[in-house]
Design a protein around this ligand. Structure first.
Ligand SMILES: Nc1nc2c(ncn2[C@@H]2O[C@H](COP(=O)(O)OP(=O)(O)OP(=O)(O)O)[C@@H](O)[C@H]2O)c(=O)[nH]1
Ligand SMILES: [Mg+2]
Ligand SMILES: [Zn+2]
Length: 298
């Protein structure tokens, strides 16, 4: 009478975490090294270990995984089995110049839909800073086809603009520390205290600073994960193709370059550079591509 159950990982620490079977109560669970390292969003097969807890027997193959570089530059999985990644930005703290585009490259490389969230939208934006430009250009990102939502957890316009973007999907909020990811979760989820209470009861950890990714259920269906903030979103080396993939509007031109392995930097007969010249590709997007390529090469 100790059958395997399918469960979802709500939060994962090194050797233990919290899982949920269906809509049931969150349950403490042990992770054994030999099954690999479960992460938030994983589907797992579990078995009862004892009265108090379960143990993971198997991690079901991930559909995808969102990663970032840890302090030593090694890739670290922060969430699995996603439909969308919500990149949260704010005027406080301002992003570094390339932060948004780095995130977009990473999201596109998973073939996931990025959503750009401008939180703290009620605050003024300091002009002149390079990072402020990403906020100033959000209209242009929207013209490029990105979903952009303006939110505030303090005043109008509130966080309701996120509902149609997250409902029915599995999404993760990512972005710099302090931009308001956890505040957005709180604004969206009236029963957050119940959900986090259930999580912290089993983990014994407080919920004020986000130190690890946590999964929450949305009332109308769907799941939303809150991830710990970063200061700089490190991209490990990507191949050139993955980097171009972060600039979807380059796609229609990329096949027309003289050289099939064109990197769109200084090669002759580059169709992308021609499109920049003719204004079909925005110059600032191309400059951003050049910077990311240079960082990739360094
Ligand atoms: N003015 C203003 N402040 C906000 C808004 N949203 C969040 N804050 C504040 O910003 C600070 C950081 O918010 P958090 O939600 O903890 O930020 P976070 O992105 O979860 O940060 P990490 O967990 O460190 O990654 C808190 O003091 C919030 O009250 C907003 O829309 N406007
Ligand atoms: Mg947080
Ligand atoms: Zn080219």
């Amino acid at each position: 009478m100790n059958e395997l159950l399918e469960a979802r990982v709500l939060v994962a620490y090194g050797s233990h975490g919290v899982v949920q079977v269906g809509d049931g109560e969150p349950q403490p669970c042990l992770f054994r090294r030999k099954v690999g390292r479960p992460c938030c969003g994983d589907r797992v097969l579990i078995r009862r270990a004892d009265e108090q807890s379960y143990v993971v027997e198997e991690i079901i193959a991930r559909r995808n995984q969102f990663m970032r570089a840890d302090q030593r530059g090694r890739p670290q999985v922060i969430a699995a089995n996603l439909d969308r990644v919500l990149v949260v930005m704010a005027s406080e703290p301002l992003p570094s110049r390339d932060l948004l585009d780095r995130y977009l490259v990473a999201v596109h490389s998973l073939e996931l839909e990025p959503v750009i969230v401008w939180n703290k939208a009620e605050l003024p934006v300091a002009c002149g800073e390079p990072g402020a430009q990403s906020l100033a250009r959000l209209e242009e990102y929207a013209e490029l086809g990105y979903a952009v939502a303006r939110t505030s957890c303090k005043e109008a316009p509130g966080a309701d603009a996120l509902w149609p973007l997250v409902e029915g999907h599995t999404s993760v909020l990512v972005g710099q520390s302090g931009v308001g990811k956890s505040s957005l979760i709180r604004a969206l989820l009236p029963d957050l205290d119940i959900q986090t209470g259930a999580l912290s009861r089993v983990t014994g950890k407080g919920t004020h600073t986000t130190t690890t990714t946590m999964l929450y259920q949305l009332p109308g269906g769907g799941r939303l994960m809150d991830s710990p903030g970063v200061w700089e979103y490190g991209l490990w080396k990507l191949d050139d193709e993955a980097l171009v993939g972060g600039f979807p509007e380059f796609g229609t031109f990329a096949g027309q370059c003289r050289f099939h392995n064109c990197r769109h930097l200084s090669e002759p007969g580059c169709a992308i550079k021609a499109a920049v010249q003719s204004g079909e590709i925005k110059a600032w997007r191309y400059q951003s591509y050049q910077r990311l390529m240079a960082q990739n090469d360094s």
